[in-house]
Design a protein. Sequence first.
Length: 118
Amino acid sequence: VQLVESGGGLVQPGGSLTLSCAASGFAFFSYYMSWYRQTPGKERELVAGFISSSGRTNYAASVKGRFTISRDNVKNTVSLQMNSLKPEDTAVYYCNARHVIRSTDSYWGQGTQVTVSS
């Protein structure tokens, strides 16, 4: 099982970034995909995620209207389009896969750093 994130980096406030997560080694379509983030000394928090097989999504209040999660079940990828970035969006972003039935069946990527700074 592998979840490999990419697309992080340094961006100025107000800028945009797109994170991608490539999944392999498991039945991608049987998993809800989500993005989390974590800053030093804080718990990992949900940023955006799919919460149903029909494609319903959930976003943290702090990113709603600025971030968009999407998935490609053919390429086995999930992306996070981040617009109007703010310094408080600075964090390590993690991709997560959670089985739609067995919620304890969950995988994490290694994380990608996003830094928003002028």
